[in-house]
Design a protein around this ligand. Structure first.
Ligand code: C5P
Length: 227
């Protein structure tokens, strides 16, 4: 068992909310695909030794050329299927597995290490970065009528990378069997395993809508001006 981590990158999503164009992970940010930025950030983390990317079906060769240092596998129909495919290909010698969205290209390497170290130190078998939410959140019914206002102080917006003991993530995916999930910690919670949050980072936000790309460009330009 190695005292370091493997990072899985689901990158097979279409990104339809971004509008027409290539798969989301291949959209450009400052002239480079989101995936290239994300893999660079993971590789810059001290504790990450292997990166496995789940590519959009048909784009494997293009993705491999973009990230020669990564192991590239074919992604699936859902994010969960893409993560499962990457996990199956990861070197089983790593006891800690991180899962990071290609759509979060500007994650600071320090956050990646913070998640990995929290799992490695045994604080929990599953660790996720999270931030307080800015908006008030309401539960609504199908007609848009408000059912309740959720206490905001109790809410967190969860980011990636999410970190797991390998066996826990493998068990969660083995039991997932097609159930919908927007993150891996959600699958782990279904096993009754406690998930610990640590403080996330604003820069780990997910690119979803066109304006997110503009924001990322500005953030990157600011970083480069300060460097
Ligand atoms: O769609 P969403 O923004 O939630 O996607 C989060 C991440 O999951 C993205 O990096 C996307 O490429 C990935 N994904 C995937 N396979 C899918 C769907 C999404 O790898 N079938």
């Amino acid at each position: 068992v190695l005292p370091s981590a493997v990072a899985l990158v689901p990158a097979a999503g279409l990104g339809t909310r971004l509008g027409a164009g290539p798969p989301k992970a291949l959209r450009l940010l400052a002239g480079e695909p989101l995936l290239t930025h994300a893999v660079r950030a993971l590789a810059a983390a001290r504790l990450v030794e292997q990166v496995v990317v789940a590519a959009p079906p048909g784009d494997e060769a293009q993705v491999q050329a973009l990230v020669p240092e990564a192991l590239v596998v074919t992604g699936g129909d859902t994010r969960t299927a893409s993560v499962a495919a990457a996990l199956a290909a990861a070197d089983p010698a790593y006891d800690v597995v991180l899962v990071h969205d290609a759509a979060r290209p500007l994650v600071p390497p320090e956050l990646v290490d913070a998640v990995a170290v929290t799992v490695l130190e045994g604080a929990a078998q599953a660790v996720v970065p999270a931030l307080p939410v800015a908006d008030t959140i309401k539960r609504v019914d199908g007609a848009g009528l408000v059912l309740e206002t959720v206490e905001r102080a109790d809410l967190r917006a969860v980011q990636t990378p999410q970190g797991f003991r390998r066996a826990v993530l493998a068990e969660a995916h083995a039991r997932a069997a097609g159930l919908p999930a927007t993150d891996d910690a959600g699958l782990v919670e279904r096993l009754g395993i406690t998930v610990l949050t640590i403080t996330g980072h604003d820069d780990a936000f997910k690119i979803t809508r066109p304006a997110d790309l503009d924001f990322a460009e500005a953030l990157l330009a600011g970083r480069r001006a300060r460097a």
